[in-house]
Ligand binder design. Structure first.
Ligand code: C5P
Length: 250
């Protein structure tokens, strides 16, 4: 059975990250490495995770001139990373798609950061609402050949309607009922996120700061067990696949 959980390794060292991964064991095989961990460990942490049979989502949200994005994405693809985020600016996305070439790397677009509100957009010179800008950027992402979108679970259904059934929707901001929210303000439960159309849910602290991270992961898996869309199975990664094997769906 495929597994929709991606665990965010928001920790400060490879030692801490790998000890968590080892404690979690076979319950989850997909991990998100963000800017903090990558800044200190670089590609070594990606190789360590691959060495343990884990898939890697590199959440570096690339945004730069086309040539730089293209060359950097090609390097990430060579590492055997499964998912990479880029900002949903047209030129950035076109360059990312060119850099990914024929590799298995899936590109996810970040539309508007969930920390941004209308006032922030005005400050940055945008005359649109957040919802309008998200819609425009999702359309541009799909037109550019981007594989999926990172979205709040509260926006997932609207984004699914624009992006279509083949887009990979990945939702952070997910918490089980009763779990602490941390600094997340707008959250949905894992089952709600999947029901809204998410293919993958990114969960950090609810698992990584649990007394028993493996048990916390298993409990979330049980929660989503009944909420999965049968017709989305093809776009979920099969747990047994090694990092460089062919994709089964999208
Ligand atoms: O600990 P928690 O489950 O809140 O972690 C969520 C992860 O998803 C973090 O790595 C965070 O940076 C990321 N994320 C998010 N909200 C977004 C985009 C990414 O929480 N809109």
């Amino acid at each position: 059975m495929s597994n929709p959980i991606i665990i965010a390794l928001d920790v400060e060292s490879a030692a801490e990250a790998l000890s968590l991964v080892d404690r979690i064991g076979g319950s989850v095989n997909f991990y998100k490495v963000g800017m903090e961990l990558y800044a200190v460990e670089g590609p070594t942490i990606v190789r360590e995770l691959h060495g343990r049979g884990k898939d890697v989502f590199l959440d570096l949200k690339f945004y730069d001139i086309g040539e730089t994005v293209k060359r950097a994405v090609a390097q990430v693809a060579r590492l055997g990373v499964r998912f990479l985020t880029v900002h949903a600016s047209k030129a950035v996305m076109d360059a990312a798609v060119a850099g990914r070439g024929g590799s298995d790397l899936k590109l996810l677009a970040v539309t508007v950061l969930t920390s941004v509100d209308r006032r922030d957009l005005e400050d940055d010179g945008y005359a649109r609402t957040v919802a309008d800008l998200v819609e425009l950027r999702v359309k541009n992402a799909m037109a550019a050949g981007i594989d999926g979108i990172v979205a709040s679970p509260l926006e997932a259904a609207a984004i699914r309607a624009i992006a279509g059934s083949r887009a990979i929707l990945v939702t952070p901001g997910v918490r089980s009922a009763g779990a602490g929210h941390g600094d997340q303000k707008r959250v949905a439960t894992p089952a709600e996120a999947i029901a809204a159309g998410a293919n993958y849910i990114v969960i950090g602290r609810q698992i990584t700061r649990a007394a028993d991270p493996a048990a916390a992961a298993r409990s979330i898996l049980r929660e989503v067990g009944g909420a999965r869309h049968g017709n989305d199975e093809g776009s979920l990664i099969k747990r047994a696949e090694p990092p460089s094997s062919p994709q089964s769906g999208h």
